[in-house]
Design a protein around this ligand. Structure first.
Ligand SMILES: [Zn+2]
Length: 101
């Protein structure tokens, strides 16, 4: 599948696109999916038309950010910022603003 970032697509609704973070941005620690990782409830998400997209997830009392990357034919999923909602939502906001990556 070819990825064409400049291709206009007026036939679908797009969720937020995460801008490409600058070189000085804070690096998050991405880890393999933890407990409930794939079954979590998705609270918010970025557009999946992008090769990398993010989901704000909740599983029980735990919140975390799930990242899905399409690398060639592979789909790689990992997570970060697991913990309380207040902590995860702050990092989610920074992620959408490309302040962290
Ligand atoms: Zn999109």
């Amino acid at each position: 599948m070819e990825y064409m970032p400049q291709m206009p697509d007026h036939h679908r609704h797009h969720s937020p696109h995460v801008p490409v973070p600058g070189p000085g941005c804070e690096k998050l620690t991405w880890e393999p999916l933890g407990p409930g990782g794939m079954k979590a409830r998705v609270r918010d998400y970025t557009c999946d038309c992008q090769p990398t997209y993010y989901e704000l997830c909740q599983s029980g009392g735990q919140h975390f950010i799930r990242r899905t990357r399409r690398i060639g034919d592979e789909v790689v999923v990992d997570e970060c910022a697991r913990g309380r909602h207040t902590k995860t939502i702050v990092i989610w906001g920074k992620l959408l603003a490309a302040m962290v990556a």
